[in-house]
Structures are given as structure tokens and as C-alpha cells.
Ligand binder design. Structure first.
Ligand SMILES: [Zn+2]
Length: 224
């Protein structure tokens, strides 16, 4: 087979079987046996564990839990899920989010709601990572998943803005599409950086009658 054909065949195989024989934390192929992380990353990830922690400032979120501090293998996992579309990672990542959430007391909730992504961004990436994580969390907790929030406009990524821009970037960016009145909602996202996104979502949920909003994210990008 020629080099071009080989490459084509490999690309086709990747499409059909999007399982890569490499560590999803560091990309290492050497001695890789496990289904998502090499032994070094498994250990490094365990050392980054957060669990139940302070919710983002703003007083809108009653409790929060995070899987891991961002960076190292935790960052690798998020990037593989988000930008490379390795959707099978959502299930093991969701399992760790459930574990983090279980450390939160009291943690009674009625439904799980993903932070929504704008339709155009979902189309471009082909995977809605927060929705996949929320599904895994809802399954793990045995609770209904409600896609109750919609993004009404395509906001710029918070991480790329300065403080002044961040403050207003999310104004009116979220609306409530499903019934959340009287419900205790668990909001799910991949990474919490400033908490601005989670707060904007919580504001929309509370204004539409949600009784409580809790938050669980796979990663915490800074210490509160
Ligand atoms: Zn690794």
C-alpha cells in the first residue's frame, strides 16, 4: 500500500473506531494498556483531586464540587473530549464527577442540567462536551437530564477576555427552555475558571423558579 493510501486507511479507521491506543492524559503510546490513562497519569490525576469545595463567588450557587485541578492529565482529558471528539471519555469523567458530587452535603437534587453550548459551536466541534458529561452524571446519579438552558448568542470564550470584558460578555447569554420551577438543579460543565459562566446560568435558572442551583465540574482552573 502506498503512503497516501495507508494514511487514508488510517484516517478512515479513526473515523470508524475513534479509539486511540494512547494515553488520554499525556498522549504517550509507550506501554499503554489501560483504556484511558497511563499509569503515570493515573497517579498524577489522583494527586489533583478536589471534591466538594467553595462555590464560585456571587451567592447564586449553593454548593460546588470539582473532580480535579486543571492541568496535567486533567487538561489532557478535557482537550481530548472537547477538541478531539473522544466522546467515550465522558463516561469515566462523569463517574469521577459523581464521586466529587457525593462529597457535597446536603446534595439533594431533582435534575441535571448541562451548561449549553451555542448551536454553531456544537456544529463546528461535532460534540457537545458538557451535554455528554451531564448525561454521564445524570446516569450515575439515577436522575433525569434536562436540557433546560439555551445559549441565546454565541459568546466569546471567557478565558480569552480581560476582566472588564468578562464582566459583560455573558449578559443575557442564557435563557431557560425547560421547566425548572421548584426544582433543585445540578449544573454541569467541564471546567470552572472564574465561575462567570456558572453564575450566569444559575441566574437564569433561579429567575425561572429553580429553588437551588448546585454545580459540578470535571476541573477547577483556579483556587477560590
Ligand atoms: Zn499519560
Amino acid at each position: 500500500m502506498s503512503g497516501g493510501l495507508k494514511r487514508g486507511a488510517r484516517a478512515l479507521l479513526e473515523l470508524i473506531y475513534p479509539i486511540r491506543a494512547e494515553c488520554m492524559g499525556c498522549g504517550s503510546k509507550a506501554g499503554f494498556e489501560r483504556d484511558w490513562l497511563c499509569e503515570d497519569c493515573r497517579q498524577a490525576l489522583a494527586n489533583r483531586w478536589v471534591g466538594a469545595a467553595t462555590p464560585p463567588e456571587g451567592g447564586l450557587i449553593d454548593g460546588a464540587a470539582y473532580g480535579y485541578f486543571y492541568g496535567g492529565p486533567a487538561g489532557g482529558l478535557v482537550r481530548n473530549l472537547k477538541y478531539r471528539g473522544v466522546s467515550r471519555l465522558a463516561e469515566p469523567m462523569g463517574r469521577q464527577m459523581v464521586r466529587a458530587f457525593e462529597g457535597l452535603q446536603p446534595a439533594q437534587i431533582d435534575c441535571v442540567v448541562p451548561v449549553p453550548m451555542h448551536i454553531r459551536r456544537t456544529r463546528r466541534r461535532g460534540v457537545n462536551h458538557a451535554l455528554l458529561l451531564a448525561k454521564a452524571v445524570a446516569d450515575g446519579l439515577g436522575l433525569p437530564l434536562e436540557e433546560a438552558l439555551v445559549r441565546t448568542r454565541n459568546t466569546r470564550q471567557q478565558a480569552r477576555l480581560n476582566d472588564a470584558e468578562r464582566l459583560h460578555n455573558l449578559d443575557g447569554a442564557f435563557a431557560v427552555a425547560g421547566g425548572v420551577a421548584g426544582k433543585r438543579v445540578l449544573l454541569v460543565d467541564d471546567v470552572c475558571t472564574t465561575g462567570a459562566t456558572a453564575n450566569a446560568c444559575a441566574k437564569a435558572l433561579l429567575e425561572n423558579g429553580a429553588s437551588t442551583v448546585l454545580l459540578v465540574c470535571f476541573c477547577l482552573a483556579h483556587k477560590f
